[in-house]
Unconditional design. Structure first.
Lengths: 288, 130
C-alpha cells in the first residue's frame, strides 16, 4: 500500500554563503543514503524554492547561525552537519523527521510503485483495459478518456492489462523488458501484441469467462470428491495457460476472488467502459 | 543517446532532476551512481528524488511544480515515453518545449552526464554556480 503521506520528506542540502561545502565523498554518500531511504533532496547554494507547504529539513555545515535558506515561511528544521560523517547526519535527519509515515524503499512493508502508465499518443480509449482489470485500477476522466485512477490497486509485477491493449499503449516503467517498460514501440511489437490478443481469444474469447468456467469445473469436482487438495491442483493446472498467455504472476491468479465476484466486477467494469464509449461517440452539446 | 529533447529558446539555466529509481532495480546501479556523483560534483543546484514512479502514484504536487516551472528542465531517469506518462498520470503534464529526458536505463553515464550538465548558450559556469 502507498504510505498515507502526500508529500515526500524534503531535505535541502545547503552549500551556499554562511556554510562550508561538504567534502565530495560525504556529499555523495549523504545524497545516495537519503535517496535510498525515500527522501527528496534539493542541493542548493542559494535560497531554495518553496516546497508546497510541506516541512523542509535544511542540512549544511554552518559556521554559526544558519542563513534563511527556504523562500517561504513553511516549517523548517535546521541540522548542522559540521564534523559529522554522512551516516551520523542521516541519523539526525531521521530523528528530526519524527514519525511521519513514509513508504521506505526496501522496507518490510514497502509498496513497490507498480501500476500502468498510459501512452496517450497511442491510446485510442477503447477501454479494453478498463474492462479487463478486476481491481478498479482504471477509471474514466471527465473528458471520457481513460485514466489510471487507483494505481495502488494494481497487483505488483502483473502486466496483464498491457497484454490486452491492441495499441501497445500501456507501460509499466518497472517492467524488465520493452516495450512494456516504456522503450520505443516497434512495428514487430504491435504485431506481437495483436498475436497475444488472439491467444486470449483462443482461450475462450474472454479470459475471465474462461477462468469462471474453469473454476466452476473445479468447484463441481470438489463438491463431488470433497478433496480440497485435488481441487486446488486442478485450479492451478487450468490457470497455467492463462498465466502464460497474459504473463499474470501466479500469486495474482491464486488471489483472485470467487467466480461470482469476478463476474460482478467484470460487469461493473464493462458498464463503466460502455458508458465512456457512449459518451465518446456523443457529440458535445454546443454551449450558447 | 535516447532522449526526448524539446529544445527551448530560453537561455536560463536548466533545472536538473535526478531519479534514483529506489524501489526497483531496473536502472543499472553503476550508471545511476556515476550520474549522481557527476551531478553532485558539478557544483550545480539540482533536485534528486527517490523515485518518480512513487511520486506519480501519489500525484505528488511537487511534480506539478516542476512541470510548471518556466525554466528548461533536464530529467535523468529512464525511457522518455514512460517519464512523460508518469507526469501526465500525476496531472502534471510536461511542457512540449524546454524538457530533455535522459535515459539512465539505456545510455552510459558519461553520455547522460554530458547532456544533463550542458549549459545553454549564454549561461556561464559562474552563473551556474550561483
Amino acid at each position: 500500500m502507498i504510505a498515507p503521506a502526500t508529500h515526500l520528506p524534503r531535505v535541502v542540502l545547503y552549500e551556499g554563503p554562511g556554510s562550508q561545502p561538504f567534502k565530495g565523498a560525504e556529499r555523495l554518500a549523504l545524497l545516495a543514503g537519503l535517496l535510498d531511504r525515500g527522501y527528496w533532496v534539493t542541493r542548493a547554494d542559494t535560497t531554495a524554492a518553496a516546497s508546497d507547504g510541506n516541512a523542509v529539513l535544511v542540512v549544511g555545515c554552518f559556521a554559526g547561525a544558519a542563513p534563511a535558506v527556504v523562500a517561504d515561511s513553511q516549517p523548517v528544521s535546521v541540522i548542522d552537519a559540521t564534523g559529522l560523517a554522512s551516516d551520523a547526519t542521516i541519523d539526525r535527519i531521521e530523528v528530526a523527521r519524527a514519525d511521519e509515515p513514509m513508504n521506505r524503499p526496501n522496507g518490510p512493508d514497502t509498496w513497490k510503485p507498480w501500476f500502468p502508465v498510459i501512452d496517450t499518443d497511442r491510446c485510442t480509449n477503447c477501454m479494453q483495459c478498463l474492462t479487463f482489470c478486476l481491481f478498479d485500477v482504471y477509471g474514466v476522466a471527465s473528458d471520457h478518456t481513460l485514466r489510471v485512477e487507483n494505481p495502488a490497486n494494481c497487483k505488483v509485477n502483473c502486466p496483464a492489462c498491457s497484454r490486452v491493449c491492441p495499441e501497445v499503449a500501456i507501460m509499466f516503467p518497472k517492467y524488465h523488458a520493452g516495450p512494456i517498460d516504456g522503450s520505443p514501440v516497434r512495428q514487430q511489437d504491435v504485431a506481437a501484441e495483436k498475436m497475444k490478443v488472439d491467444i486470449s481469444a483462443l482461450l475462450g474469447g474472454d479470459i475471465y469467462e474462461r477462468l469462471r468456467q474453469r473454476s466452476e469445473g473445479a468447484k463441481a469436482r470438489f463438491s463431488k470428491e470433497r478433496d480440497a487438495k485435488q481441487a486446488l491442483s486442478e485450479r492451478r493446472r487450468c490457470l497455467t495457460k492463462l498465466a502464460d498467455a497474459a504473463q499474470i504472476p501466479r500469486e495474482v491468479l491464486d488471489a483472485l476472488p470467487t467466480p461470482e465476484e469476478i463476474e460482478r466486477r467484470t460487469a461493473a467494469a464493462a458498464e463503466k467502459a460502455a458508458a465512456a464509449l457512449a459518451a465518446q461517440s456523443t457529440p458535445a452539446t454546443p454551449t450558447t | 543517446m535516447t532522449t526526448a529533447s524539446k529544445p527551448s529558446t530560453d537561455s536560463a539555466e536548466p533545472r536538473i532532476v535526478y531519479c534514483r529509481c529506489a524501489y526497483a532495480q531496473v536502472v543499472p546501479e553503476e550508471v545511476k551512481q556515476e550520474v549522481l556523483a557527476g551531478i553532485a560534483a558539478s557544483g550545480r543546484g539540482f533536485e534528486a528524488v527517490a523515485d518518480l514512479c512513487e511520486m506519480a502514484a501519489r500525484r505528488d504536487p511537487q511534480l506539478k511544480a516542476l512541470a510548471a516551472d518556466d525554466r528548461p528542465l533536464k530529467i535523468a531517469a529512464c525511457w522518455p515515453r514512460a517519464v512523460e506518462g508518469l507526469f501526465r498520470l500525476a496531472d502534471a503534464p510536461l511542457p512540449t518545449h524546454g524538457v530533455e529526458i535522459l535515459n539512465m536505463r539505456s545510455d552510459a553515464a558519461p553520455q547522460v552526464l554530458a547532456s544533463i550538465l550542458e549549459q545553454p548558450a549564454g549561461v556561464t559556469d559562474t552563473e551556474a554556480d550561483v
